[in-house]
Design a protein around this ligand. Structure first.
Ligand code: SF4
Length: 144
């Protein structure tokens, strides 16, 4: 793999990935459980209050809401408002399957993430671990 010797990444806190453009943060069941627990509300309350359903025809996935300016619903002036309970998609970025497909896709991602290429070297083993974690399937709601 092109990342056999590891890759440099250190978040620069620019917040581009938490705002700037419309997008989806799809949640797993554990993501919803963890965030709901952190906010001391129920699983369904969390979905009703902070999520939107994204329809794929016969089923929907659950994504975090965005504000009109595309900021994540949990983005605060000092960063992520649920950092310790943030979703897997955020925890594993930028080591996502589509980004790690090739050197080109990694370099392309660097155009929107200034943390790529900076800081400590993340080992290939750690990258593989994050890729594996990212395979957890999203929470699916049938029939909505
Ligand atoms: S785009 Fe990259 S550097 Fe900026 S906040 Fe997101 S992970 Fe950090």
């Amino acid at each position: 793999m092109f990342y056999d010797k590891g890759l440099r990444f250190q978040c620069q806190m620019c917040r581009y990935c938490c705002s700037a453009e419309p997008g989806y943060v799809y949640l797993t069941k554990d993501d919803i459980d963890r965030a709901a627990k952190a906010l001391s509300i129920s699983f369904n309350e969390f979905i009703d209050k902070y999520c939107r359903l994204v329809s794929f025809g016969s089923y929907s996935l659950v994504s975090l809401q965005e504000r009109p300016d595309y900021d994540c619903i949990f983005l605060t002036p000092s960063g992520c408002g649920i950092y310790e309970a943030r979703p897997l998609q955020c925890r594993t970025y930028p080591f996502w399957k589509n980004v790690m497909e090739s050197k080109e896709s990694w370099e392309n991602e660097a155009k929107s993430c200034p943390g790529i290429g900076k800081g400590r070297v993340v080992s290939a083993k750690e990258i593989e671990k994050r890729l594996k974690i990212g395979e957890e399937p999203p929470y699916i709601i049938i029939g909505k």
